[in-house]
Design a binder for this molecule. Structure first.
Ligand SMILES: O=C(CO)[C@@H](O)[C@H](O)COP(=O)(O)O
Length: 235
């Protein structure tokens, strides 16, 4: 599976999120990672469905201003894949809102107590791909029963809530376990990592089975965004 870099908008400019998202698209990246926090499941707040909808509108405007007035096809082709990570205690309450706002993939955490299988099925029924997320202290076994019915598994390589933390190398074993199960069962989901990911961390995670890399700080603070993107996507 080819490597994908999904820059985390959390590390972008919060006074100009659309401009930060445009920087991602401008270097040829197709995925954008959107961290949604509720101040309860994680001790921080970020943004909500209104922000995704506004980003979609800005993206369309941007595409229109760069194409001929009649070329709706090109406008649609320029659509960024919104990789939406819900760090919420009750994600099932917000699935419709995020799907309607333009999410392409919605990932939900295994740790809170709700019906995970129903929530994943609802995400699919809303026309989105679905993902399941594990915190660093959550073992791979906790999501084993859901792995036949997901499009992505996200392994948090830091405690969620804040950007700029250090990668936890102990997560490499969890990646190997999940990748082993994926191979044994012929599953096709992507294996994503998030937290403290720079080029060397992405490379170590790739060797352990990951194929999708969320990078906030390392992407937005890179001296050359395009070079960083190329390096990660050629792993
Ligand atoms: O989900 C989260 C934080 O909760 C992440 O997506 C971070 O935003 C990644 O930021 P860096 O560690 O790359 O700075």
């Amino acid at each position: 599976m080819p490597s994908i870099l999904a820059p985390s908008l959390l590390a972008g400019d919060h006074a100009g999120l659309a401009a930060s998202a445009a920087q991602v698209a401008a270097v040829g990246l197709h995925w954008l990672h959107l961290d949604i926090m509720d101040g309860h499941f994680v001790p921080n707040l970020s943004f909500g469905p209104e922000t995704l909808a506004a980003l979609r509108r800005a993206e369309k405007e941007n595409a229109r201003s760069h194409t001929s007035p009649t070329s709706e096809l090109q406008v649609n082709e320029s659509k960024t894949f919104f990789d939406t990570h819900l760090m919420l205690s009750e994600p099932q309450r917000y699935l419709k809102a995020f799907a309607a706002a333009g999410a392409d993939l919605i990932s939900i955490h295994i740790e809170p107590d709700y019906d995970h299988a129903s929530a994943l099925a609802e995400i699919r029924s809303l026309g989105c791909q679905c993902g399941i997320v594990l915190n660093p202290d959550t073992p791979a076994e906790a999501v084993r029963h859901l792995l036949a019915d997901v499009d992505l598994v996200l392994v948090m390589t830091v405690q969620p809530g804040f950007g700029g933390q250090s990668f936890r190398p102990a997560m490499l074993e969890k990646l190997k376990t999940l990748d082993g199960w994926r191979r044994e069962n012929g599953w096709q989901w992507r294996l994503e990592v998030d937290g403290g990911i720079g080029l060397s961390e992405a490379s170590a995670c790739r060797a352990a089975g990951a194929d999708t890399f969320v990078a906030g700080t390392a992407f937005f603070k890179a001296p050359d965004l395009a070079a960083f993107a190329r390096s990660v996507e050629s792993l």
